[in-house]
Ligand binder design. Sequence first.
Ligand SMILES: [Zn+2]
Ligand SMILES: [Zn+2]
Length: 198
Amino acid sequence: MPEAPISTNVQMVQDLHIHTTYSASDTSVVPEMTIALVAAVGHAKVVGISDHFENLVDGVFDAYAWEVRNAGLKLGVEVDGHAWAAEAADYPVDYYLYHCRDRRADYRGLEALLATRRPVIIAHPNAFGTDWRQLPPACHMEINNRYVWRSDWWAYYAPIRDRFPFVLGSDAHQPNWLGQSVARHVATRLGIEERVLF
Ligand SMILES: [Zn+2]
Ligand SMILES: [Zn+2]
């Protein structure tokens, strides 16, 4: 494929929740969803790739990290709860997305990621029923374009608008998901101003 120029149609300040073909176990990802394509589309000023951490262990991470950095993108991983948190804390990423289900082990696993001092974004917390009372204020809360409408987002997010910094994410698995229209609608309604991390 010839190298495409970066799009001038930049609409968003950041998008840190994007999956690519490195999320090999995720059947929603299509073969076209490559790091190179995401970089070429340039739908946000700050773009980070956050493939599933469990798909990156066993020798895959180095190639993933090289490709993300070589494309000029931020390097993230999406960590599926406490089972992976301690291991993920040892990897040299820029930030974490974290699946924090409402269970004690996941709140404790979060501590390992926060101890790295890197930004930790609680991924689609409304979809997991994450109890925000268990989260340190150092966490970033995500409003996620894929999942936010699947719950009563007003009831979940309105009480914590001033408690955490917020990050909006597309959770794109396919090129045509590279947007944040729903997440931005919700944030606007809530009066939340996004925290730009990089
Ligand atoms: Zn997720
Ligand atoms: Zn995701």
